[in-house]
Design a protein around this ligand. Structure first.
Ligand SMILES: NC(=O)c1ccc[n+]([C@@H]2O[C@H](COP(=O)([O-])OP(=O)(O)OC[C@H]3O[C@@H](n4cnc5c(N)ncnc54)[C@H](OP(=O)(O)O)[C@@H]3O)[C@@H](O)[C@H]2O)c1
Length: 380
């Protein structure tokens, strides 16, 4: 039995005594026998639990499907030195997961074939052999698409479920919110009065970025798919205008909504929409390449922008962004975002789907626009 099992047993022992000792009027020796049986049953039950996992089976060509993954059930282990056992509660589903399935150089190594599919998530520590995390702590980290995470908690940090609901730590108060905050404010650097255009605007990152741009006094135009999403952006989130790229002529709509040109373009989608916005840039515009979801499932090479000479004509710049570069400043940004939320200036919308078993199909919602807000998978 390792240290954390002993600690766990001590807790059980206290609970046991409180619950049963008064009523089982036994001699100390008999009590000890009962007590040890009780503990060994609890530890056995803990280790006999099943961990459902999705492993990457192959590198997909085009969209990922259920065949891209292997589903397996394995027993839950116990933490060794430095490790924690976390019961995963909510997993963050991100477009980036499609990129992590590809071979080749990126900002993070790909998920290996046969490895548990990488996913950020929040969960509860249920056994710990690591002095930094105690049983009962809630943590945010790369938990993987599974019921339980067992391993070293590299990069994990604690979250407080009494301050905000757990899924919010994956949306506005998590990596999504950090992406919106730093990509907009650091890379886009908008000034009050400027026009900011955001694609994927009703999604997790886009909806937060647009609201921050409003807080900073900008004119904000969102591009999203469908009337409901566009109405939500204007009526609920206070965007100045929204363009439905599925039913409108985007270049014409940009001309109408951005008469002075586009000062900051926050790009989440790439492809034709990027080209359309490039053709409307204002002088000294900043184009933030946050993502290009329209290209992630391409079977052939990524389609680059044809209108890039607009950068030359307008002395504009286009810059790539990776959220992890800003990790040192997450805490300060989180505080500011939390303050805006408390003041009612920033809303966070989560789209929660239940059931780990639905993972492959739920992930695909991101690529056909079926999610409305931050897509979160409730594990069980
Ligand atoms: N660089 C970084 O560090 C970083 C970090 C996090 C996220 N990101 C990027 O940020 C972007 C948004 O991520 P998210 O988590 O907030 O996802 P999301 O916007 O919540 O969901 C994806 C949305 O993309 C839209 N979409 C899908 N296919 C499209 C297409 N072909 N053309 C136009 N729009 C399409 C859909 O909305 P509609 O219904 O409007 O089509 C869908 O709801 C992604 O590109 C992601 O890779 C980057």
């Amino acid at each position: 039995m390792n240290r954390s099992d002993k600690a766990h047993c001590m807790t059980i022992s206290k609970a046991y005594r409180r619950a049963f000792a008064p009523s089982v009027n036994l001699a100390p020796r008999a009590f000890k026998v009962y007590h040890l049986r009780f503990i060994s049953r609890r530890v056995a039950a803990m280790t006999a639990q099943t961990n459902r996992q999705f492993l990457l089976a192959k590198r997909p060509v085009g969209a990922a499907t259920r065949d891209t993954f292997t589903y397996q059930e394995v027993p839950v282990g116990t933490p060794q030195d430095g490790q924690v056992l976390v019961r995963n509660e909510y997993l963050s589903l991100d477009p980036a997961m499609r990129g992590w399935m590809n071979e080749g150089k990126s900002y993070i190594p790909p998920v290996g074939i046969g490895e548990v599919m990488r996913a950020l998530g929040v969960g509860k520590v249920i056994a710990s052999n690591n002095p930094k995390f105690a049983v009962g702590d809630y943590v945010n980290g790369a938990l993987g698409v599974q019921d339980y995470f067992l391993g070293e908690p590299r990069g994990f940090y604690k979250v407080d479920p009494t301050l905000a609901p757990l899924p919010r730590y994956l949306s506005a108060l998590g990596m999504t919110g950090m992406t919106a905050y730093f990509a907009l404010l650091d890379t886009g650097a908008p000034k009050a009065g400027e026009t900011v255009v955001i694609s994927g605007a009703a999604g997790a990152v886009g909806s937060i970025a647009g609201q921050i741009a409003k807080i900073k006094g900008c004119r904000v135009v969102g591009i999203a798919g469908g009337a409901d999403k566009c109405k939500f952006l204007v009526d609920e989130l206070g965007f100045d205008a929204a363009i439905d790229y599925k039913s409108e002529d985007v270049p014409a709509a940009l001309k109408r909504e951005c008469p002075k040109g586009v000062d900051v373009y926050f790009d989440n989608v790439g492809g034709d929409i990027l080209d359309a916005v490039l053709s409307r840039l204002a002088l000294k515009a900043r184009v933030v390449i946050c993502g290009a979801i329209s290209q992630y499932n391409n079977k052939e090479s990524v389609k680059g922008p044809a209108n890039y000479l607009s950068l030359l004509v307008n002395r504009a710049r286009m810059e790539g962004f990776v959220v992890m570069d800003h990790a040192a400043n997450f805490a300060a940004a989180g505080q500011e975002m939390g303050g805006w939320m408390a003041q009612g200036k920033l809303k966070s919308k989560e789209d929660i789907v239940e059931g780990l078993e639905t993972f492959p199909e739920t992930l695909m919602k991101l690529f056909n626009g079926e999610n409305f807000g931050k897509l979160v998978l409730k594990v069980s």
